[in-house]
Design a binder for this molecule. Structure first.
Ligand code: FAD
Length: 317
């Protein structure tokens, strides 16, 4: 019992970034435990997904061909079945809406300790989990008691696994009890604001309270158009009702990892940074040279957005 089992994730036919992040987290753990890394691919086009997640460091991919989309009861049963089969030291799932849905149920059913929202992991005779507390102001290290553990990993904390692996891919008969499947996915409706998914965007123009009022939004929308970007924001903009909830970046919004994150009039509060620090290149525009956003920005413009943004629009156009 030294292996690690990580569960991948997909939605509407596409593997999510978390799938490739749990591979990295799982591989690191398996190096610590001295075991193999197993991946679970459940529902959807499992054969295609299995090929895609067969990246460097993966030893086994187990597919469970049942239904198309995530379903709590199917995942809970399939993961429990795979846990019995693999007998891992650690079961890793993304700390996503889906992961947080079935991981506690699996931990409860198997009577295993569960630690959520890990930002770092290690195994040294026991599982050692780093978590953030008090709005990401404090880091804690949790040494978990037990022989086997369930842990959920925060998005964008681990790089996505790359390379092509030579894992053994096999179908697992999870023997799903249909009478215990109490729900069916009948369709998708994105949280307010249509089907824009800011977590999929390559270039985000993100606005904060510095824009002062809703009437100033068209200026930012012009920049979004000129740069062919996607619009996102800090929480106050959503709380004010100026943008829908699906545009919010941060601890209580979405975790984003674009190539470019252009933060305009955003101070860089820890709850905001928690959602965007994984961006490749961070650019900040702020009047305050001491704004915390500049601590993590690759490029910064200390200036008034009402002067800077029109110049950027002109430049891009
Ligand atoms: C439990 C909890 C969860 C939270 N979750 C989130 C979350 O998910 N996402 C999130 O964003 N926040 C979240 N918050 C709120 C967070 O603490 C901050 O209050 C918020 O991020 C601040 O947003 P802001 O940067 O837009 O506003 P402010 O902090 O008010 O910053 C505005 C910035 O604009 C600059 N500025 C002003 N005028 C101009 C100008 N003309 N040109 C250029 N710059 C200018 C100012 O210098 C300032 O730095 C959460 C808080 C809590 C307690």
């Amino acid at each position: 019992m030294t292996d690690v089992l990580a569960v991948t994730e997909h939605r509407r036919g596409d593997l999510r970034d978390e799938s490739f992040e749990v591979i990295t987290a799982g591989r690191e753990l398996a190096d610590d435990t001295g075991g193999d890394l197993h991946l679970a691919v459940i529902s959807g086009d499992v054969e295609e997904f299995a090929e895609s997640v067969n990246r460097e460091g993966v030893d086994h991919v187990h597919t469970v061909d049942h239904g198309e989309e995530f379903n709590h009861d199917v995942y809970a049963q399939a993961v429990e079945g795979l846990y019995d089969e693999v007998d891992p030291t650690v079961l890793v799932t993304p700390n996503s809406v889906n992961g947080l849905d079935y991981a506690p149920a699996v931990a409860n059913a198997l009577d295993l300790p569960l630690v959520t929202d890990a930002v770092d992991l290690a195994y040294d005779d026991t599982l050692v989990v780093t978590r953030e507390m008090y709005g990401s102001k404090v880091e804690t290290t949790v040494e978990v008691e037990g022989d086997s553990f369930v842990v959920t990993t925060r998005g964008a904390e681990w790089p996505q696994a790359e390379g092509v692996g030579d894992a053994e891919i096999s179908a697992f008969d999870a023997d799903i009890d249909e009478s215990a499947v109490g729900s069916t996915v009948t369709g998708f409706e994105e949280v307010g604001g249509g089907d824009v998914d800011i977590s999929e965007a390559d270039f985000l123009v993100s606005i904060g309270r510095g824009i002062e009022e809703e009437d100033n939004l068209p200026l930012i929308e012009d920049l979004v158009e000129a740069t062919d970007a996607t619009l996102s924001s800090s929480r106050p903009i959503v709380d004010n009702g100026w943008l829908p909830k699906n545009r919010q970046v941060g601890q209580s919004g979405k975790v984003v990892t674009p190539d470019v994150y252009l933060a305009i009039g955003i101070s860089g509060a820890v709850q905001h940074v928690a959602g965007m620090k994984g961006s490749d290149t961070i650019i900040a525009v702020n009047t305050d040279p001491n704004a915390p956003i500049f601590d993590i920005a690759d490029y910064g413009i200390v200036g008034d957005l009402f002067e800077v943004v029109p110049e950027l629009i002109e430049e891009f156009e």
